[in-house]
Write a protein of this length. Structure first.
Length: 342
């Protein structure tokens, strides 16, 4: 009964109710000067698994575990793509990923419309001792759901729980297309029923949303999100389930959604700037790094000087970057030593 009551309250919150909830403050990014990149890669038999890379400055990266997968999935489709990582308010870490292995040979149409409605979840208390993967059928309640892609999670100060959001292809309002759905959880075990979260008018689909919390009083908006909707569109809001303002896209630097996808947003600790990585999927060139001091003005995004950045030996695909402390950096590196520099 308590679980059912919780699910009802959370479902109401997703639709706009905001019960008060206190939450511990997140430590300042300056206390986490290093970086962990969680990603998958292409071009190898085990590419659709979980890889780790680390950086001291957010620009020069080293592959861990000799460039081999750190975590693998033996559940569902036995592959994991589009991983995201979150640090929860109680100090745990969760990796959420797409339950999909294109190497199984089913093709992209099946991956969109006849694939798993589950996501894969790993959890750890310390970034090195990870649980076995488990499946959560997060999109199974969506009518004619074809998939559950690119799951992400963010803490909601207004409701005291986590908003989990992802892409599902499904028919609605005369269009069978990709939309962003969401559910809520407190423990990454029990989730509220899926609800529509982001849609675009007409036939335009939408994939690969990622949201960052800029913190209260940080600027024009508390939250920023980047999504693939024919462009990489940047939006701002002061509430996760409030109204969102379209701020711009990447047209000013000559990029469209026909060329890039899978945006990663993260804070560059030393400068306080925002990094935005985009996956150059069409050219198979891996990530392109962008940066700006003001996410509320996407027109200020610039390409990072190629001489300044090194992505490591593996070609990295659609992932997530977590700011970590120096101690956490050393702990992860000790567990999975870095691959030699290329």
């Amino acid at each position: 009964m308590k679980a059912l009551l919780y699910m009802a309250v959370l479902g109401a919150a997703l639709l706009g109710a905001t019960p008060a909830a206190a939450a511990a403050a997140t430590p300042a990014t300056s206390a986490r000067p290093d970086y962990l990149l969680v990603h998958f890669t292409d071009g190898r038999a085990d590419g659709e698994q979980i890889y780790f890379s680390t950086s001291r400055d957010g620009y020069r990266w080293q592959d861990l575990n000799g460039g081999q997968p750190v975590l693998t999935s033996n559940v569902g489709d036995q592959g994991v793509r589009d991983p995201s990582i979150i640090r929860t308010r109680d100090g745990k870490f969760y990796i959420l990923a797409t339950d999909l292995r294109i190497a199984n040979g089913k093709g992209w149409e099946a991956a969109k419309h006849r694939a798993s409605t589950h996501i894969v979840i790993f959890e750890a208390a310390d970034l090195v001792h990870w649980s076995a993967p488990r499946l959560v059928d997060i999109a199974g309640g969506i009518a004619q759901a074809g998939c559950a892609w690119a799951p992400e999670a963010i803490y909601d100060d207004d409701t005291g729980d986590y908003l989990v959001y992802w892409t599902t292809f499904s028919p609605a309002n005369g269009h069978d297309k990709a939309r962003i759905y969401a559910a809520r959880t407190r423990d990454f075990v029990t989730f509220t029923p899926a609800q529509p979260y982001i849609d675009r008018p007409g036939a335009q689909g939408l994939i690969d949303t990622q949201i960052v919390d800029a913190g209260p009083g940080a600027g024009a908006y508390r939250y920023y999100r980047a999504s693939g909707d024919g462009q990489i569109t940047i939006e701002g809001s002061n509430a996760l389930t409030g109204s969102w303002q379209r701020l711009g896209d990447l047209a000013a630097i000559g990029l469209t959604g026909q060329e890039v996808e899978g945006p990663i947003l993260f804070r560059l600790a030393a400068s306080g700037e925002w990094g935005l990585w985009v996956d150059q999927y069409r050219s198979r060139a891996g990530y392109l790094a962008l940066a700006t001091a003001d996410l509320s003005r996407p027109q200020t995004l610039r390409r990072v000087d190629p001489a300044r950045i090194a992505y490591g030996a593996t070609k990295k695909r659609h992932g997530s970057i977590l700011n970590i402390s120096a101690e956490e950096y050393q702990r992860v590196l000790a567990r999975w030593p870095a691959a030699p520099a290329p």
